[in-house]
Design a protein around this ligand. Structure first.
Ligand SMILES: NC(=O)c1ccc[n+]([C@@H]2O[C@H](COP(=O)([O-])OP(=O)(O)OC[C@H]3O[C@@H](n4cnc5c(N)ncnc54)[C@H](OP(=O)(O)O)[C@@H]3O)[C@@H](O)[C@H]2O)c1
Length: 326
């Protein structure tokens, strides 16, 4: 399947690493606003075709598009390609808000093409191990998901240079970048919560530097902590009445184990490739080739529920993007 890639930052490299073991994947077009970036990326992966404006990519050049541009661009770019009847694998978060997400799925349906959010963890074998582990601890009463990573762009921010990762107009910040992982894991395992309470520490650039969400369910509660301005070294936990699941790296689960109340340790870690984007790409291609444009691993309703909560949380913490008033 011929792919166009838009955006040449490191995340596009990780997609290419995942693609190495997928014979159906062919990099047909690289799109960057800068010729040097496009050429360097294309040369690195043996691609012949570079484009400087995504609107110049045609269905004759590629069957599908991988979008790895800033969050605020996902909606417009995705609609553009869906309306050209091209399949789209779009980076997380799929869009700036739930209104955009719904329009994107409607547009995919109308054009009879695939749209999938590239939310890494949910496609991996270790996510399935985590889900399975959650059934081994009796009645789940609490989960605590923590993901905090001091951004490589935060030193610049502290020195007065606001880079993309901290720009409000690009729909960025901690919830959009990191919180989305824990929220997606949570809703994929436990479903949509009945109530959410959110708080955040807002930076002067008007994005959240870190935040906390308390998600209520009739029989349990989930606490999600996310941060782009501090590191977290906690493991995440799912606490049941008969044991506890411990998971390393909730953004891409690496190791999963259960500790029972009797202190027995059950290793649940699945074997998986280090190139974790392999799994989302393989799922995307499988769906397109089978013409079943609804992923069973990440059902559309799950993506909709996650973005409904994200939009609700942003209202609570007063994090407003220009995209919200379009
Ligand atoms: N799944 C993952 O593991 C993962 C990891 C990191 C990021 N992401 C997601 O991937 C997306 C990109 O993240 P990133 O950190 O790479 O973002 P970024 O550096 O801000 O932008 C990505 C690319 O988009 C283009 N771009 C940058 N600013 C632009 C602008 N103002 N207008 C148009 N194009 C622009 C640039 O490509 P050119 O210079 O080539 O045009 C840039 O390399 C985000 O949605 C993010 O959430 C996913």
């Amino acid at each position: 399947m011929k792919f166009a890639i838009i955006g040449t930052n490191f995340v596009s490299d990780t997609l290419m690493e995942g693609a190495k073991d997928i014979p159906d994947f062919e990099l047909a077009v690289v799109c960057s606003r800068t010729k040097e970036h496009a050429q360097a990326f294309a040369d690195k992966y043996g691609c012949k075709n570079i484009i400087l404006d995504y609107r110049d990519i045609t269905p004759e050049m590629a069957d599908a598009v991988y979008i790895a541009t800033p969050n605020s661009m996902h909606h417009e770019q995705t609609l553009h390609f869906l309306n050209k009847k091209m399949h789209v694998l779009c980076e997380k978060p799929l869009a700036s808000n739930i209104k955009e997400v719904l329009e994107m799925f409607e547009t995919a349906d109308r054009n009879n093409v695939m749209l999938l959010e590239a939310i890494v963890p949910l496609f991996t074998p270790n996510f399935l191990a985590l889900k399975e582990a959650a059934t081994k601890v009796g009645k789940v009463r609490r989960a605590v998901f923590s993901f905090g990573k001091y951004s490589s762009r935060y030193d610049a921010y502290r020195a007065g240079n606001v880079m993309n990762a901290f720009k409000n107009e690009l729909s960025n910040g901690s919830l959009m970048d990191l919180g989305v992982y824990s929220l997606s894991n949570c809703i994929a395992i436990f479903g949509k919560p009945t109530k959410v309470l959110a708080s955040a520490y807002m930076l002067e650039s008007n994005v959240d530097g870190l935040g906390t969400m308390l998600l209520s369910y009739p029989d349990k509660e989930v606490i999600i902590m996310h941060s782009k301005i501090t590191d977290s070294h906690f493991d995440s936990e799912i606490q049941g009445e008969d044991g506890t699941v411990i998971v390393k790296a909730i953004s891409s689960p690496q190791a999963v184990k259960v500790i029972t109340r009797q202190k027995e340790i059950i290793e649940m870690t699945a074997k998986q490739k280090p190139e974790t984007k392999y799994y989302e790409l393989a799922e995307f291609i499988k769906c397109v080739k089978s013409k079943n444009y609804h992923s069973e691993l990440v059902p559309r309703q799950l993506t909709i529920d996650v973005h409904t909560i994200m939009t609700d949380v942003r209202q609570q913490i007063n994090l407003v993007f220009p995209a919200d008033s379009k």
